[in-house]
Design a protein around this ligand. Structure first.
Ligand code: NOJ
Length: 713
């Protein structure tokens, strides 16, 4: 750094892009900017000749010889596409996140990408928000496990290995709390909430060694994250001791002008630099203004050196100075057999069975199924959001997976796409339904209806899917609704019409074979909800770890809208926190998911009625597989701190274990509770463990379970 000019230092903070579609010779201006040391990183350079050439110029022709780093949004797979991240969270298995990330890195690094903008670790409590699809879900504990899995998977065991891909924990922070679920919207999070709920996955990412962070588009409590000294300096650098680098989100530096905290781009650059925002994505506020800001003494050289050192440290750690070039012999690694197997495995384990009446699933042998619905053969849609490099030609759809099977009675889309309102194909679909034993309806959302900038106010099935389902149900044939979507879909209007509901998220390249195996019982659906499933969008935000309030909702005093007398005298009917129409419970709670078997929980036991902060309390429960097939249960442990100096959530997930049980088998499942499980950040902003009474539930989801109490002395 001592040898670098001011311009070269500023150059390191610049991330440039080329269009992924650019063909032909590399633009001369771009080459010259690299030669002059005016770029530190590139995004979306998907032409490997460009990657090789730009890197060669940086290393051989620029004065400093500092290598570039190439970035891309590789979110849930590069070529082999895995389920969308919320689906990966539904596996409740960090190993799946690790494997998906490792395979993504192996495939992506082969074209020279050594840095991904993932994982997205935003806690999301609102299914209207389109980016819930990319999120780890609503729970900080589950989100933290996923964070660790992703970071370790992308980066691998050795950062200098050519398959190691720098992870980017994003979006720091609070992006998932956008008001009303409207993307990019205002975020208000009080500090204890920030620390207790939104921060833990990011802390886990730092602990796992994440090399980079991305600042969020949004403001938090009045200050955009990108220029937020409290977040970027105090929390991230001083408290979490993060020593990688922070990149802005796309144009988020100059968007501080629109936010209204900077009068112009120059002031935006000053705010960002002073907050410790190291690299600027796409906009050029640093490039155009940092020199003047340094010369005017508004940004000190020391401050600039801090940014540059952070960036260079990451490049050094990744071994880019020793080995800057792409390994040209590895491009054949796409869609390896084990990659496709892992993608299928993740999809099977992500699928959440929400309803299964009369055991319509798994489809019994000898039955013939009709495949109907807009997602039954939609190779592009099943890949989900953020799949720039996924190829629909490689997707295996449900139709492809079923069509040669003995189960297959026929296929009829019924609708051309998920938003279709035409009824012209109904007749054919109904005729097919009448000829089959079971109807498999593949509905949901097209990929583009979730993800960035795709929030929805109404999260019912789009188009006329409900109408078609009702007509199909009227045939009297059993009907299974398979949902492929980027978010929970409200199915209140339709659930009674169908016999089974399977949430498949957007399952990725191998969605078809995974669904075939799950629907026919070769495998069980392994998923549990990583988010609360609402009855109606009007309940949002909705999450299990809410506060009790002064008037907690209670079914014994709840009065439904239809039970209120006409002309009723003004009264606070029911006297509690609920909706008179939608009530207060979700459609399905966090943690929920059926299997093809049944489980019974008995004999909860705690090793003592009291514990101290030095002690460990053991809580155990017996879980029995009461069904007639081998199955696995995700046994979940929730804790409630009854009295705190700040109000505490009604339940918090603190641990879980997946147990495999043969039919009829009983296992004792034990959990160790330590002071970490009882700690939280209170109004002093300190992590505290407060003596008093606690309740513990062990059960199959956030609303059920056996309870035991203890006192922390
Ligand atoms: C904007 C998105 O918010 C972010 O997640 C993504 O990584 C960047 N664009 C780059 O594509």
């Amino acid at each position: 750094m001592a040898d670098m000019t001011l311009e070269e230092k500023i150059g390191q903070t610049a991330m440039r892009g080329t269009s992924s579609r650019v063909k032909g010779a590399l633009p001369e201006a771009l080459k010259q900017s690299v030669r002059e040391g005016r770029a530190g990183a590139f995004l979306n350079v998907m032409n490997t000749d460009y990657v090789d050439e730009l890197q060669r110029i940086a290393v051989e022709e620029s004065a400093s010889g500092i290598p570039l780093i190439f970035a891309r949004d590789i979110i849930h797979g590069f070529k082999t596409i895995f389920p969308i991240p919320i689906g990966i969270s539904a596996t409740w298995d960090e190993e799946i996140a690790r494997t998906a990330a490792r395979i993504s890195a192996i495939e992506g690094t082969s074209v020279g990408i050594r840095w991904t903008f993932a994982p997205m670790l935003d806690i999301a409590r609102d299914s209207r928000w389109g980016r819930i699809a990319e999120s780890v879900g609503e729970d900080p504990y589950l989100g933290s496990l996923m964070a660790r899995g992703y970071v370790e998977g992308f980066q691998g065991n050795d950062l200098t290995d050519p398959t190691s891909m720098a992870a980017c924990a994003k979006h720091f922070i609070g992006y998932g709390a956008a008001e009303g679920g409207r993307d990019y919207n205002t975020v208000v999070i009080h500090e204890p909430l920030l620390r207790n709920v939104y921060l833990p996955p990011f802390t886990a990412a730092v602990d796992a060694g994440a090399l980079t962070f991305m600042s969020a588009f949004n403001e938090v409590n009045g200050m955009p994250a990108t220029g937020n000294q409290f977040l970027l300096k105090q929390v991230l650098r001083d408290e979490l001791a993060f020593n990688g680098f922070v990149v802005s989100d796309w144009n988020s530096v100059i968007e501080m002008v629109s936010h209204g905290v900077a009068r112009d781009k120059k002031q935006a650059a000053e705010l960002a630099a002073k907050a410790g925002l190291d690299m600027e994505m796409t906009s050029q506020a640093y490039e155009k203004n940092l020199k003047a800001l340094v010369e005017e003494g508004k940004v000190s050289m020391e401050q600039l050196d801090f940014l540059v050192a952070n960036i260079l440290r990451v490049k050094l750690k990744m071994g880019l100075f020793d080995n800057p070039y792409r390994d040209k012999d590895r491009s054949a690694k796409f869609y390896q057999k084990e990659h496709l197997e892992a993608s299928k495995d993740a999809a099977v384990k992500s699928m959440v069975l929400l309803k299964n009446e009369e055991e319509v699933l798994p489809v019994a042998s000898g039955k013939k199924v009709a495949l109907i619905g807009p997602l039954s053969d939609a190779p592009h849609e099943q890949l989900g959001t953020w799949t720039f490099d996924g190829e629909k030609d490689k997707s295996v759809t449900p139709l492809q997976a079923f069509k040669n099977a003995v189960y297959f009675a026929g296929h009829s889309n019924g609708m051309a796409y998920s938003r279709d309102t035409s009824e012209s194909m109904y007749e054919e679909a109904l005729a097919l339904a009448n000829s089959a034993d079971v109807i498999l309806f593949f509905g949901g959302e097209e990929a583009i209806l979730s993800g960035e900038a795709h929030s929805r106010a109404n999260i019912d099935l789009p188009g006329k899917q409900e109408k078609l389902i009702k007509k199909l149900a009227a045939t009297g044939k059993p009907i299974v609704l398979v949902i492929m979507a980027g978010r929970p879909i409200t199915i209140t209007n339709i659930i009674d019409e169908v016999d089974a509901v399977l949430m498949a998220w957007h399952p990725g390249t191998m969605g078809g074979p995974a669904l075939y195996e799950v629907l026919t019982g070769v495998q069980e659906p392994g998923g549990r909800l990583p988010v609360t499933w609402p009855k109606t969008a009007g309940q949002m935000p909705l999450y299990y770890n809410h506060k009790n309030t002064g008037r907690p909702a209670d079914s014994s005093s709840f009065v439904h809208i239809n039970d209120i007398p006409v002309g009723a005298w003004q009264s606070s009917l029911g006297n509690e926190s609920h909706y008179i129409d939608a009530g207060f419970t979700p459609h399905f709670p966090f943690g929920y998911g059926l299997t093809y078997s049944d489980f019974r929980y008995t004999n909860i036991n705690s090793s003592s009625p009291t514990m101290t902060v030095e002690e460990t309390l053991e809580v155990s429960v017996e879980v029995t597989n009461t069904g007639d097939r081998q199955s696995s249960e995700v046994v979940q442990l929730y804790i409630r701190d009854l009295v705190g100096t700040l109000t505490r959530p009604v339940r918090e997930l603190k641990d879980f274990k997946r147990v495999d049980l043969e039919a009829g088998e009983t296992k004792t499942v034990s959990f160790q509770i330590t002071k970490q499980d009882l700690a939280y950040v209170n109004h002093t902003m300190k992590t505290v463990v407060e003596p008093g009474d606690f309740e513990v539930w062990v059960g199959p989801n956030a609303m059920e379970g056996l309870k035991v109490a203890f006192e922390l002395k």
